[in-house]
Ligand binder design. Sequence first.
Ligand SMILES: CC(C)(COP(=O)(O)OP(=O)(O)OC[C@H]1O[C@@H](n2cnc3c(N)ncnc32)[C@H](O)[C@@H]1OP(=O)(O)O)[C@@H](O)C(=O)NCCC(=O)NCCS
Length: 99
Amino acid sequence: MGQAIASRGLLAAAPVRRQTTENDRFRGAWRAQVEGVRVREDLRNRRIGTRLMEWAIGRARERGCRLVQLTSNKSRLDARRFYERLGFSASHVGMKLYL
Ligand SMILES: CC(C)(COP(=O)(O)OP(=O)(O)OC[C@H]1O[C@@H](n2cnc3c(N)ncnc32)[C@H](O)[C@@H]1OP(=O)(O)O)[C@@H](O)C(=O)NCCC(=O)NCCS
């Protein structure tokens, strides 16, 4: 799916297929992993981020993904509102082990 680099925003979106358990309703389905969503600071709040994400979601649909997933720091309440407005729900708790 590649990487979108606009002069004003940046994100990477890649389709992945996971081995999943029997009970997983997304078993064997493609899912899009979104990373590094950033809009230049002086250009925020102009819907650029929304347009970038809508592009990524559209590409995920075209590629047959059944899910778009990302992680966001819990402390970023503004970012959470941004993603929820796009239809994301914070349904899982992310876990990281820093090495
Ligand atoms: C999150 C981000 C990509 C949104 O892009 P944007 O072009 O400013 O967003 P839009 O104009 O489409 O939407 C506005 C919404 O973005 C969110 N937002 C605005 N400024 C933000 C900031 N500094 N940090 C995080 N979220 C922000 C808010 O939810 C805002 O809606 P509100 O009017 O209800 O407050 C951009 O603010 C950013 O790069 N933030 C810093 C990095 C970050 O938090 N990335 C996402 C976490 S993984």
